[in-house]
Design a protein around this ligand. Sequence first.
Ligand code: UDP
Ligand code: MG
Length: 311
Amino acid sequence: MKQIPELSVVIPVYNEEEILGVIFARLEKALAGIDYELVFVNDGSKDRTAELIEAYCRKDPRARLIELSRNFGQYFAVSAGLSRARGKAVLTMDADLQDPPELVAELLKKWKEGYQVVIGARKTRPERGLKKLGLQLFNKLFIWLCDFPIPVRGGFALMDRMVVDQLVALPEKHRYLPGLRSWVGFKQTEVWYDREERVGGETKWSIYKLTAYALDAIFSFSHKPLQLTWVSGLVVSALCFLYGLSLLVLRLLHIAVVPGFTTVAVSLFFLGGVQLIAIGILGEYLARVYDEVKQRPTFIIKREFPPVEKA
Ligand code: UDP
Ligand code: MG
């Protein structure tokens, strides 16, 4: 049986060959004096990421490589890493060092004080323009929609072994990790920091991926869209009823009403639109139910380095 390290650092990595050297050096410095292991999860990179990490693992036995069979996405990679991490506490962080590893000492301090989840919460973030606007809009909408409070400013997080075991045991295939992390409960706290620029390379999240992920977060953690379609149906019906009533009153008062094309056309398109939106929202939930029912594995691990000994 291998010795259990105090801290595991889980790092999802996707096509980051140009910055890996900087990451290794900075982590070594920031984690000096801590009993740690590094769990790199290669999320189907197409460049030399796996090769470089493997070479590093050969030099430093504290580092390990988990390779997924394809690109599953950051949160699946993190889930895979969590399932393989052995530490008494586990930190999840991005490979691009936007979340400074130097904060680890402070996070560990909180953990030792008895908090089981310590979230590194972003005071500021470097994104600008449309992306920043989108992220802010999502945060506001999500807080409003969500059935229970989820800190949307969370960047990286340190979790106690108990929390990690619970997260790993969750069978859900749609894994909005900040949400699941809140859902499992335990004693949680935040440490605030300023999010830095990437140390190099480009973001691996396209606007399309981000939007899909934002929708996933909403539909996985809120029933409000369903309730809203119900409410919109009610509002539209009430309006139609009032309109019908007013037409009746006009008729009784012998005021001639010329049947207008506009009314017919607008109500037709409006109702059609409302119905399509409602069906779309139903479909989003149904697709998620379907995904869960299929019971496919959440991720597939192709290879580990060093290879795990079979019991
Ligand atoms: N990442 C991943 N799989 C993906 C996309 C990203 O494992 O499909 C990793 C990436 O290598 C990085 C982290 O997830 O370590 C965060 O990605 P990125 O910095 O591109 O996201 P951003 O900070 O722009 O939101
Ligand atoms: Mg980043």
